[in-house]
Design a protein around this ligand. Structure first.
Ligand SMILES: Nc1ncnc2c1ncn2[C@@H]1O[C@H](COP(=O)(O)OP(=O)(O)OP(=O)(O)O)[C@@H](O)[C@H]1O
Ligand SMILES: [Mg+2]
Length: 360
């Protein structure tokens, strides 16, 4: 549905230029939910705006379905309103002086080329408001709505255009935590039931993993890695991707051969990267929830004696900081019985480690 090739967008700023999107390739399959995850300033909004036609790139091409909507080489740039995409913004961009009805109807009543009879507009608005669970709010002033309701209006306004591609730029980040989760689940449900192809941008890794069929981790104008959420989480291709997707305990060590690495914690058995021969340096990462704690001394491989140094109760889990020799591990578990000073065994299953070669 969406194919982006070698896209580059730069901005002229005092003292030089910023390449916000660098030679970027991306494909989004029809009907799928694709999420771009990356830190602030990495170029996510710029990329979406290029797809929507709100920014003019310098290089590359963009296709929507079979249709070329932007090409630097062929000097093609289709107007935003003719691209059959709709965008939802972080700031909602709902017009406060209009009613809910007028806001949602706006793309139909203002579109230059498409004129719909008013009965049809009313029917479509009604349908869109059912989808976002705002039936009955037609005549409310948009200014009186809560943040979550405004975001629903923005979503209804995007869906009413029946876009080929729905672009969402951090639509949930201004909502409080509970509402954000609810809206997240609703968006997933809604886009799945409508079958609309969606490109969603966020800097929240949980939101990204919850929503995505496929996700890309973006950094500094480029895509670091693309994959299914679980695959990227379990088996990231590099340390940056691992870190974007969640907290990780890192150890540094020297490959000792036989599938082991000598670390400050002791000898760790783990999968080794290709070409990591004895003597080479490696980074070992383990997520807090993959570390097991026991009160009993444990003789199995990859178990280490430790002492609890910190404890934080999170409701559905407890975070512990455990001292093991020279290193400190964060452990996330549902076990609540350990307190500061408790002696424990820390067990880290060999297959759970992610290991990368360290270049000198
Ligand atoms: N109109 C502009 N003029 C100059 N620089 C810009 C402009 N728009 C974006 N930039 C720069 O381009 C880079 C990418 O910005 P962009 O807004 O795409 O980031 P982002 O990933 O959406 O960040 P955030 O998560 O904070 O929204 C930033 O360095 C930003 O300062
Ligand atoms: Mg942005």
């Amino acid at each position: 549905m969406l194919s982006i090739k070698r896209l580059t967008k730069q901005f002229e700023v005092p003292g030089g230029s910023i390449r916000a999107v660098r030679d970027l390739d991306l494909t989004v399959e029809e009907g799928s939910f694709f999420v771009l995850l990356g830190p602030s300033g990495c170029g996510k909004s710029t990329l979406l705006r290029c797809v929507a036609g709100l920014e003019q790139p310098e290089e590359g091409e963009i296709r929507l379905g079979e249709r070329l909507v932007y090409s630097a080489r062929d000097n093609v740039s289709v107007d935003p309103e003719d691209r059959e995409v709709a965008m939802v913004f972080q700031t909602y961009a709902v017009w406060p002086h209009m009613t809910v009805f007028e806001n949602v109807a706006f793309p139909l009543t203002e579109a230059k080329k498409k004129r719909f009879p008013s009965a049809q507009v009313a029917a479509k608005v009604k349908e869109a408001l059912v989808l976002v669970r705002l039936s009955g709010f037609e005549r409310h002033s948009a200014a009186t709505l809560s943040g979550g309701q405004q975001q629903r209006v923005a979503l209804a306004r995007a869906l009413i255009r029946e876009p080929k591609l729905l672009l969402m730029d951090e639509p949930l980040s201004n909502l409080d935590a509970k509402l954000r989760e609810e809206m997240r689940d609703e968006i997933k449900e809604l886009t799945r039931s409508l079958g609309v192809t969606t490109l969603h941008v966020t800097h929240d890794q949980i939101e990204a993993m919850a929503l995505a069929d496929l996700m890309a981790v973006m950094y500094d104008g480029k895509i670091l890695e693309i994959g299914q959420p679980e695959a990227l989480y379990r088996n990231p291709g590099n340390r940056s991707v691992a870190e974007f997707l969640g907290r990780t305990n890192w150890l540094s060590g020297v490959v000792a051969g036989n599938g082991t690495v000598t670390t400050e914690m002791g000898l760790v058995k783990c999968p080794l990267p290709n070409r990591a021969g004895p003597g080479s340096r490696a980074s070992l990462g383990i997520r807090p929830e993959w570390v097991e704690l026991t009160a009993e001394p444990c003789q199995s491989a990859n178990s280490f004696a430790g002492t609890i140094e910190g404890r934080m109760f999170l409701g559905d889990a407890v975070l512990y900081w455990v001292r093991v020799g020279e290193s400190r591990m964060m452990v996330k578990t549902t076990l609540t019985e350990f307190s500061i000073g408790s002696r424990v065994s820390v067990v880290v299953p060999a297959e759970r480690w992610v290991v990368f070669s360290e270049t000198a």
